[in-house]
Design a protein around this ligand. Sequence first.
Ligand SMILES: [Cu+2]
Length: 133
Amino acid sequence: MRFIKSFLLRFATALIAVLLIMGGLLPGSSTALAATATVQMGSAAGMLVFEPAEITIAPGDTVHYEVAGVPPHNVVFDPGNSAGDVSSLSHSAFTMSGGFDVAFPADAAPGNYSYYCEPHRGAGMVGKITVQG
Ligand SMILES: [Cu+2]
């Protein structure tokens, strides 16, 4: 009897631990881990585009920008066309290869954030990030 009680106690403890861990991974949970989305800058086919041009993220997520073709590129957020503060988001240094991360703060205002690539804005190299509420 004592053995069974001990076993049940251990089983219940393990079950609670598993449920707590799973609960943290459920969408909409406040303890969900931040995700990283990748956007390519320029296409391998030589197009001056962000690919995908529009993505949706959650507050606290990171967007990784990667040069895929036709450099240099940068990412400049348009404060007049963004839902929240963009002062920490722009990456104005021209990037020839590799990539960089743009981290949206956990308290980023929900809504649309428009940005462009400075050298290629005139060619239509623009993008939009929607931060979910
Ligand atoms: Cu560009």
